[in-house]
Design a protein around this ligand. Structure first.
Ligand code: XMP
Length: 493
């Protein structure tokens, strides 16, 4: 056996130091930036910009279409998890893409000879309150809504739709603008306008609710066609899911692997990125070397080896990289190539999120922070009188059993998984909108303390100071008993 040269092992112990969130604070600087005015616009991948630099994690207790819709409406990006079939992924993407469309394309219609009862049941099932009545050629004959079929109107359930519908129907052409459509609706006191082609055949439907909703979400993340942006996680070798997500209209495909600096993963990611129209973000990584292996083709790099709240990767494998150093390592390389960086995992407070950006990230991804919101999958459970929602690692036994093992480069046929995550519960938090508001508001405060009016200027101007354990203790409330919960502070994160 070859002898190890003396000194080699002990030299290994002269190690570089790696830091994480609690090791540093932002140095306050002279400022003329009011927090509310700090612009949080950023780029998460080559072609995708967001008003809010926040993504929700691709985890089966965090992001499905409901949360992705809410994230995009409020300016961030939801990344759909992949513990579902490829067909389900495509339909989840389509659901987000269709959520805010101005002209609804798959319109619920009625035919004139159906009974009122049949239409009533269809509208109930589809969750709509009105339907254009069309003949076999699709020509619009009238419109029927709840108000046409209320019992006091002496319409019987067995009457034909043609007898109950309103036949003076106001239609518009494909060219109608939202403003013109709204004016028509106000003028005629109606809530929906069928869109028709030159022959009077139905091509879509505009609703007042749809138009007003668009105005309400003024920061929404939208593609050029106005649809909400959505990201999709795909396994390191899942070409079929990547293609299906791309064809369904996903804006960003995330190659989702616990250790993306693996040669096979790099090769597969490169090949997927050459085949899809969507941007391709690759992760997770935590070193300069990994960034160098990916930066020539990736549209974005995602950073995080074991910082997550439910992760046990570092204790199980002994490998990892404290998150502030991981982000800085990757950002050094990414910045030279103009590739955006996403800091994924370990963020408990808004202060952590803005520290990640100071370390070089362009955006942050959070799991536990959003898992307790109404829009996340799963129901509210009560334990000891307190409300919680389930939150589990994608490397936990439960998540791996339902198909997520390849994130950890493990065979799904393994009978006994070696998990790298735990199954847990996280406090119930109410709506995503208010959680996101607290997160972004806190990040803007950080920008104010540093005197930076925009994310790029903040990345340049911010500096860190190192914090001792006494300093860390001083940072949190101390020597008091907290009597009222703050919306943005929990003693344990
Ligand atoms: P937070 O701290 O926001 O972290 O809850 C979310 C991120 O954690 C990663 N993740 C895992 N990492 N084992 C791990 O080592 C797991 O089981 C696991 N599940 C998720 C993932 O990057 C996510 O965005």
């Amino acid at each position: 056996m070859a002898k190890t040269p003396p000194g080699t092992f002990s030299e290994k112990l002269r190690v570089e130091e790696a830091l994480t969130f609690d090791d540093v604070l932002l140095k306050p600087k002279e400022s003329s930036v009011e927090p509310d005015e700090a612009a949080t616009r950023t780029r998460v991948s080559t072609n995708v910009e967001l008003e809010v630099p926040v993504l929700s994690a691709a985890m089966d207790t965090v992001t499905e279409s409901d949360l992705a819709i809410a994230m995009a409406r409020h300016g961030g990006l939801g990344v759909l998890h992949r513990n579902m079939t490829v067909e389900e992924t495509a339909s989840e993407v389509e659901r987000v893409k269709r959520a805010d469309e101005l002209i609804i394309r798959d319109v619920v219609t009625a035919s004139p000879d159906q009974t009122v009862q049949e239409v009533d049941e269809t509208m109930d099932r589809e969750g709509v309150s009105g339907a254009p009545v069309v003949d076999d050629d699709g020509t619009v004959l009238g419109i029927i809504s709840g108000t046409d079929i209320r019992p006091y109107l002496e319409v019987s359930d067995r009457d034909e739709v043609s007898e109950a519908m309103t036949s003076e129907v106001i239609t518009a052409s494909e060219e109608v603008t939202p403003r013109e459509a709204l004016e028509l609706m106000y003028e005629h006191k109606i809530e929906r306008v069928p869109i028709v082609d030159d022959d009077g055949a139905l091509t879509g439907l505009m609703t007042m609710q749809g138009i007003l909703q668009r105005r309400e979400y003024d920061k929404a993340a939208r593609a050029d066609d106005g649809s909400l942006r959505v990201g999709v996680a795909v396994g390191p070798f899942e070409d079929d899911r990547a293609t299906a997500a791309d064809e369904a209209g996903a804006d960003v495909v995330f190659i989702d692997c616990a250790h993306a600096h693996n040669r096979d993963v790099v090769d597969s990611a490169r090949s997927i990125s050459g085949r899809v129209d969507a941007d391709v973000v690759v992760g997770n990584i935590g070193t300069r070397e990994a960034a160098e292996a990916l930066v020539d083709f990736a549209d974005g790099l995602k950073v995080g080896i074991g910082p997550g709240s439910i992760c046990t990767t570092r204790v199980v494998s002994g490998a990892g990289m404290p998150q502030i150093s991981a982000v800085a390592n990757v950002a050094d390389v990414a910045a030279e190539h103009g590739v955006p960086v996403i800091a994924d995992g370990g963020i408990r407070y808004s202060g952590d999120a803005i520290k990640a950006i100071a370390a070089g990230a362009d955006a942050v991804m959070l799991g536990s922070y959003f898992a307790g919101t109404d829009e996340a999958p799963g129901r509210v459970i009560t334990m000891n009188g307190k409300k919680y929602k389930q939150y589990r690692g994608m490397g936990s036994v439960g998540a791996m059993q339902s198909g997520g093992g390849d994130r950890y480069l493990k065979e799904e046929s393994d009978e006994e998984f070696v998990p790298e995550g735990v199954e847990a519960a996280t406090p119930y938090k109410g709506s995503l909108a208010s959680e996101l508001h607290q997160l972004v508001g806190g990040m803007q405060s950080g920008m104010g303390y540093v005197g930076a009016p925009s994310i790029p200027e903040f990345k340049e101007r911010s500096e860190f100071v190192r914090v001792s354990s006494a300093g860390r203790q001083e940072s949190h409330p101390h020597d008091v008993v907290i009597t009222d919960e703050a919306p943005n502070y929990k003693p344990d994160g």
